[in-house]
Design a protein around this ligand. Structure first.
Ligand code: NAD
Ligand code: 89V
Length: 341
């Protein structure tokens, strides 16, 4: 049984703690948060014996195999490097970093330490999205030539995550990053990025609408469009809608997890609704079940000595799309991903 410690017990940590209870081969033995009250409440609710106010203290006191970092991006690099100095594997929440230099430094530090570093990039692990990825990887529609990943909502994310209203960057860095990662998983790596952004909600600092055109290394194109300013019905938060075309057919993941596969002259319509886990609540159940799946993947990789699908090194390519999109939106030009330092 691998022993883990949690760093950060804020808004999203309850999902991780519930998830770890369901994961085979791992148990959380300690947790820490700078806010002692939050840490004690989480330890009480999840029956974790050891509570700390400091990550270094937790890492020194316990023989951990891994840490799960559930803090916001500015703290990721110091915490990842701290954990690696203590010789433990790391799974770290998205966004991986505040900038490309920090993201690269973390990947290099993990390589030097000989430890696994995985990013908790969970949208590609949502069961409905995963079905689309598996159908495409199995060649059901042939090699795709177009994809659209779309997330449009008017859901109030700011009440649970007030920091999202404060940063200069918002939707691409926080949400678009997931959709960009899903499209990368479906269509492959990206050569150029073009983005147009705007801020509709006057109460926040960052952009809440982004439309991004990706030119893949294959020469094919994708569109990623996301909005937290869309007042519409049905409200689809937090669903990622997908449309992907190949020479042999098309796959659509529509509102309400309706999955349509048209291929080989036949049409199949599937209810791809995620399970409602006993601790989950709508509409977050879609995200919540993906937390368990990604955690299980991390533990499987540690046990087998395998490289996680969303490793730190892999996530550099998703994070570069975020950076390129911001440069493109600011400068009004198409940005080659290999120009992102
Ligand atoms: P939060 O601010 O509510 O919680 C973060 C916690 O970390 C706080 O309690 C804070 O005190 C603690 N913390 C900060 N620095 C620390 C340190 N050095 N040592 C110990 N504790 C420390 O944030 P949140 O909403 O829980 O989000 C955390 C991360 O999860 C963010 O990066 C966010 O983008 C991500 N997130 C991901 C998903 C997803 O589906 N993948 C969903 C929501 C949030
Ligand atoms: O997944 C996330 O990172 C969340 C949310 C879905 C609300 O954007 O911040």
């Amino acid at each position: 049984m691998l022993k883990g410690g949690i760093i950060g017990t804020g808004f999203f940590a309850g999902n991780h703690l519930n998830g770890w209870k369901a994961v085979e081969g791992a148990e959380i033995v300690a947790l820490c948060d700078l806010d002692a009250e939050k840490a004690k409440a989480a330890a009480g609710a999840f029956d974790i014996a050891h509570v700390h106010g400091d990550a270094e203290e937790m890492l020194t006191r316990h023989q951990l195999d891994f840490v799960d970092i559930i803090t916001t991006a500015p703290t990721h690099r110091p915490l990842v490097e701290l954990a690696l100095r203590h010789g433990v594997h790391v799974i770290c929440q998205k966004p991986f970093a505040e900038n490309m230099a920090d993201a690269r430094a973390m990947v290099e530090a993990a390589d030097r330490a000989g430890k696994t570093l995985m990013v908790h990039e969970n949208f590609r692990w949502q069961s409905a999205v995963r079905r689309v990825i598996e159908l495409v990887r199995a060649g059901r529609i042939g090699t795709p030539f177009f994809c659209r990943g779309s997330f449009r909502s008017g859901y109030d994310v700011f009440s649970g995550q007030p920091y999202l209203a404060e940063g200069k960057r918002f939707i691409i860095e926080d949400l678009g990053i997931h959709v960009l990662d899903v499209v990368r998983a479906l269509m492959g790596d990206v050569a150029r990025v073009s983005a147009v952004t705007t801020r509709v909600n006057p109460a926040i600092n960052g952009e809440d609408v982004a439309t991004i055109l990706l030119t893949h290394e294959s020469g094919m194109a994708s569109v990623v469009d996301c909005s937290y300013a869309s007042r519409r019905s049905p409200e689809t938060f937090p669903e990622t809608l997908i449309e992907i075309d190949g020479p042999e057919g098309t796959i659509r993941l529509d509102a309400g997890y309706r999955l349509t596969v048209q291929a080989g002259g036949e049409e199949e319509v599937i209810d791809a609704s995620p399970p409602l886990l006993d601790w989950a609540e709508r509409p977050w159940h879609n995200i919540q079940e993906s937390v368990v799946t990604i955690q299980q993947h991390f533990i499987h990789c540690l046990s087998e000595g395998a490289v996680p699908e969303t490793s730190g090194a892999d996530n550099l390519k998703t994070f570069a799309l975020v950076e390129a999109a911001y440069v493109s939106a600011a400068e009004g030009r198409s940005v080659p991903t290999d120009s992102i330092g």
